[in-house]
Design a protein around this ligand. Sequence first.
Ligand code: RIB
Ligand code: CA
Length: 316
Amino acid sequence: MPRPVLIDTDPGLDDALAIMLAFASPELDVRGVTSVGGNTGLQHTTENALRLLHLLDRDDVPVAAGADTPLVRRDSRPATEVHGEEGMGGVRLDPAPRGADARSAVQLMTDVIEQSTEPVTLVALGPLTNVAALFAAAPRTAARLERIVLMGGGARILGNTTPTAEFNIWFDPDAASRVFAGGVPVTMVGLDVTHSAVTTPGDWDPLRGGGRMAEALLGMVDFYTARHVEWSGSDRTPQHDSLAVAVAIRPELVTTRHLHVDVECAGALTRGMTVVDLEGLSGEEANTDVALEVDGAAFAQLLVGRLAELDARLGA
Ligand code: RIB
Ligand code: CA
């Protein structure tokens, strides 16, 4: 029985691959996609989500726009240096034949959760503003979620945006703090594992010469890898968001520990830091399954294999 999922996302190049993986995988039944500002502005993340689903022949799945800016902070900036101004690395996708759903992201999430006969898993791939808004607007509905699998934070590898903060949490730390404290089971897929969930250019050879999806995907991968080479000197490119989706498909890909996590919201040097109580020193009850180890080879094989299969199904 496919697991019903909602995807909250700020596409974004690694988001795009993660969305493709979700729709390539029979284990998941994507009931809705909600967009959030993060990698680039909401107008672009919403349009990118619509165009990606059109590329995948999935115009049937609703896309609803959420928040453009964080709950509280007014000093968050997008990651356009990584994803390009419009968030797709300069790759031009065909326009979708539809616009965003008339509902807000919170209303779409609420409707999907309330109307599902099976508990829904929420896969969060961007800043957690929409998810925190769901908790605030419809706490009883949020409590019905099976689990939130989120890409964000870090326990031992702390930062990619500041020395102590990962981008999704850094962008909206107040929202993240509310989500970790929200009482819904959370799996944190952070930098400790995404930095070992990497692809190299050669990994993508099975998609070269493929169809229209492969052509778009390779353009995105090339841009994203080039930015990572500039940033780190290595072409081993972390597929942050795809690992979160992969964990929703195969939780056994990662090893987790049940720990207490909260988020620093005020620190001048530590704003957006996920404070992971690895040694149980806080006296606080554990609230998160924190991924600390990953089978990187199995992840990369799943990602590339599933995307190659989907591309073959979609054709030219
Ligand atoms: O730190 C990586 C995360 O920030 C990913 O979700 C990427 O898309 C960016 O949003
Ligand atoms: Ca993202």
